[in-house]
Design a protein around this ligand. Sequence first.
Ligand code: ASP
Length: 728
Amino acid sequence: MIKFAQIFETMKRFSLILFSLVFTLSSFAKEGMWIPSLIKNLVESDMQSMGMKLSAEDLYSFNKSSLKDAIVHFNGGCTAEMISDKGLLLTNHHCGYSLIQSHSSLENDYLTNGFWAKTKEQELKNPNLFARFIVRIDDVTESVLKGVTDAMPEAKRQAIVDSNIKVIGKAAIEGSHYNYIIRPFYYGNQYYMFITETFNDVRLVGAPPSSIGKFGFDTDNWVWPRHTGDFSMFRIYADKDNQPAEISNDNVPYRPKYALPINLNGTQPGDFTMIYGFPGRTSEYLTSYAVDYTINKQNPNRIKMRDISLDIMGHAMAGSDKIRIQYAAKQSRVSNAWKKWIGQNKGLIANDAINSKLALEKRFVANADNSITSYGLKYTKILDKYKALYSELEPFAFSWDMFIEIYYYGPEIIRFPMNMEKLNPEKLKDGDLEKMKETLRISAERYFKNYDLETDKKLLSAMLKQYFSVLDENMRADVYVTIQNDFGGNYEDYAASVFKKSNFTTLEKVNAFLDNYKGTKSFKKIQKDPAYQLTMSLYNNYQSKVRPDLVRLNNDLNLLNRTYMEGLQNLLPKDKKYYPDANSTLRISYGIVDGYKPKDGVVYSPFTTTEGIMAKRDTTKEFTVPERLATLITDKDYGQYADKDGTMHVCFIASNHTTGGNSGSPALNGNGELIGLNFDRTWESTMSDIMFDPTICRNIMVDIRYVLFIVDKYANAGHLVEEMNLVK
Ligand code: ASP
């Protein structure tokens, strides 16, 4: 009895310590994604007080090499970083996934087995892949807004802004090989210019098998505790003068201005961390009306569309190895956001997001007086205007959301015929026909490599049916009437007929069609093709019934958003430091290594170890552990990569504010050394795109020591580790 009481006491004390640790640390969680050139004035001292040993100048400088020179925008959607002075680049497995997939076949199944170039000659070239660095960031607000007045209509304002942007950008890069990006911040209250340098010869160096790089697959995606080795490696090549060059055998490994040192000491709870990268998109300042739309209309409907396509692809992939490879990247593309939206909705509902936005709006109005703002709108009236606008906007916004799902994420038979539009005699110059036919043959070959007709047919009937069932009657395309009248509303019959009659369903048919294609007369045949007609019906419907109102209402919304954003900063300055929403530009977020309490009675610790890999191991595809990895783990053969206590850490979480696009971002310690690779957020955190809750929002990183352990011990690619600068 005494023993039990003692154990109970100890447990109680232990959990109290754990709880207080979680909660005291949580107060250090930091919302915000900061523009690197503004760190000095805004958050440098805060970062230093939390453990950063560097100055803002070390993070971002135009005059000397700084951390920013190691940060790469990877193909425009992910982040990557330089980890050797020979151009070696580290990013996520899921960021390199479609490239790994493109080199994979049944004979060379790199998705399943991994890929490691033993020599530079074996590194694989990737047409259409680019790596972009940021050279400089400038505030160009004044010059972008030159000539703009409050009284002018939004469209006119935008036209002036666009034309100013062209002039400013062109002048900034004149005489250089650089490019520029100018983006609005704070809904157009400010503008920043990013001077960029882009490399187009980026080769695949290594990737672990999916059973490591994607361990846990969809089941574990967006989930903590996590055990995924989500990394892959590439190398940037440049010409002999270290300048960007198109893909060529003459190119040599790029020598970056800065490569990140790699720290092998691991982290402790409470340690400072920062994430340097290109967060894609957040909407932190949405009003309650927009959040209501997201929770109750947009998310449930797009989730439903993807439920359908994932079910169909999943069955097809499970039944055939060929389709599994063909559809791997497509399935991931659909499932990633699908699962995020499910988590986002759970989080927003559990945290009463609509009411908390309403409360903020109430305080906003209470603090406003009747004075006119600089944009000619009264703060006191904005929320009423939002309300009216959203009720008008919703049907158009919803049509657009559903159009994205059917057209861009739906059956490919809907997108493919758009290529044939390139043969339209009205757009094609005389003499270009043969060249265009050849281009189309090449793209068709690439397309059909990853295409399964039966799967796409099922996608067409099921998704189209769902799409039309949720659209307002007056928003439906003509093809809906055809399906009702000619097929009695039977979508399977309709899909079967499209696939039977269309010329665009197999490579052989497309090639035969192109061989016989003679110009204007043949284009009429394209116009009669049922797949082309379907494409055009959906596309033209969007263009005529949705887009004009959407553009008009979005113009009105821009003005409201800009004013509301300005108003928040003016009326509620003490609420928080207002950082700009993510917009795929370079940012830094910071926080600490920290667990959290996802729900009552559960506390998560911030680390996972290889023990968890073995505990999750089973024979399903999702949790297969390669035999070689299992042996290394059982033998505890971790080399220099083990933690002080002898365990091998796999992943860790921290309170950095991140989003999609931060995938592949370096996690850095207070000295700016690489300690991990950001790849995900916890499910409870996915709402952070709309509302960041410091007590539960956590980003997930793979420990850099696990990455190197896999490279060195598992893949025997120690020659890559030798290129790196390791700090112990
Ligand atoms: N895993 C995420 C993504 O793919 C990264 C994130 O959103 O945190 O977008």
